[in-house]
Design a protein. Structure first.
Length: 386
């Protein structure tokens, strides 16, 4: 019989000396609590030897791959891969199949600016692209003539002159005819590079001309002194060292003298441009052709009337002229293109040429021109800017 004075056990009260706080959460399913010190680690807490070896091997493979890829790039840059690294990525694909004779097509599109190529953006230099294309056409005995498709508003006068020079030298060294086919626009520098061709064919919707030189600039003198209350603190050695400066007072005698010198420079380049036209077109020009060299843009019909072009037509007409001048019978038309990205690095060839890629190149060149104009407004250009 139980003594009624004996206290009943309280199952909710912990025994003396036990933890009186909240109970710890139960371990996740399948995970046993860590063992007490000295008991060793259960098997599930150890990484087995097979797993450890796998990760070591994977790390070694990744490291070797990275090192090998960098060595491959290094070898390609310094000519260690067969024919060496082609910095301009020239490709050839067939536009129209025919016999063994070839007519090569090279494009001059977008703004003509000589720019640097890089390892992962080859072919961005239009001057180097034309140089490579003409070199390939000269070395290929099956190429009987070259058609250069021009679709450009012009660009840097030096870049235009370099392409002009390459065309003249190609004709001299190879004896192969060069035909220009003008597309939407062949203005200023676009006409500069066209002048030495044997025959110029323009589309009936082509705009051409703009035979002139421009040096763009702007002046902030009034804004600087009246609104910003700033002062020109230019330090120079030589009175005309800052000629064309946007901060100089345009009414000062020194600024007027600088402008006179810059005008003289542009006039000299304009005379050179007209000489290029005269040398290229010769007796085909009408007596009053010089009056049209005032920078104006004109239509294909006006260009034909004044002797700046030979024919209005389409690419097929340019091809017919190339076949006639070269004697090529049923020629295969091949087009040289730009190769980009890692394909150029590893020497891969391409049989297609996407219009989107061409537009991207033209947009990039236009953006680069805009940057040049913004940073160096005094750079002389053979460019039509509507």
């Amino acid at each position: 019989m139980t003594d009624p004075n004996t206290p009943k056990p309280d199952f909710h009260r912990p025994p003396p000396g036990a933890w009186s706080g909240p109970l710890p959460p139960p371990p996740p399913p399948g995970m046993a609590p860590p063992p007490p010190p000295g008991m060793g680690m259960p098997p599930q807490y150890r990484m087995n030897r097979g797993q450890n070896s796998f990760w070591k091997v994977a790390g070694i493979v990744v490291m070797v791959g990275v090192i090998g890829f960098n060595l491959l790039i290094f070898m390609a840059m310094f000519g260690g891969m067969g024919g060496g690294y082609d910095p301009h990525g020239l490709t050839e694909h067939t536009r129209a199949s025919g016999g063994n004779d070839k007519i090569a097509v090279i494009e001059v599109s977008g703004v003509i600016m000589e720019s640097e190529s890089s390892l992962f953006s080859p072919g961005a230099n239009p001057v180097a692209f034309v140089q490579d294309g003409l070199r390939r056409a000269r070395q290929d005995d099956s190429v009987k003539a070259v058609i250069i498709e021009v679709n450009s508003p012009g660009g840097g006068i030096t870049a235009s002159d370099l392409i002009y020079h390459e065309i003249v030298e190609f004709k001299k060294s190879s004896g192969k005819p060069v035909i220009i086919y003008m597309k939407d626009l062949a203005a200023s520098g676009g006409y500069y590079v066209s002048a030495p061709a044997d025959v110029i064919v323009a589309n009936r919707t082509t705009l051409t001309g703009s035979i002139g030189v421009i040096m763009q600039g702007f002046n902030l003198h009034g804004t600087l002194t009246e609104i910003l209350k700033g002062r020109d603190m230019t330090i120079k050695a030589g009175d005309n060292k800052d000629m064309g400066s946007m901060f100089s007072d345009p009414e000062s005698e020194q600024a007027k003298e600088s402008r006179r010198l810059l005008q003289q420079l542009v006039d000299e380049m304009h005379v050179q441009f007209k000489q290029v036209v005269k040398d290229g077109r010769g007796s085909k020009l009408k007596p009053d052709w010089d009056s049209y060299c005032d920078g104006r843009i004109f239509s294909a019909q006006t260009a034909l009337k004044q002797g700046f072009i030979d024919k209005i037509g389409y690419f097929e007409d340019a091809l017919a002229e190339a076949s006639r001048l070269s004697g090529a019978s049923d020629p295969t038309v091949v087009e040289y293109g730009r190769q980009s990205g890692l394909a150029a690095l590893f020497g891969a060839s391409s049989s297609t040429k996407g219009a989107q890629a061409e537009e991207a190149v033209a947009d990039a060149l236009a953006g680069r021109l805009e940057e040049h104009l913004r940073l160096y407004p005094g750079k002389p250009l053979a460019l039509w800017v509507p």
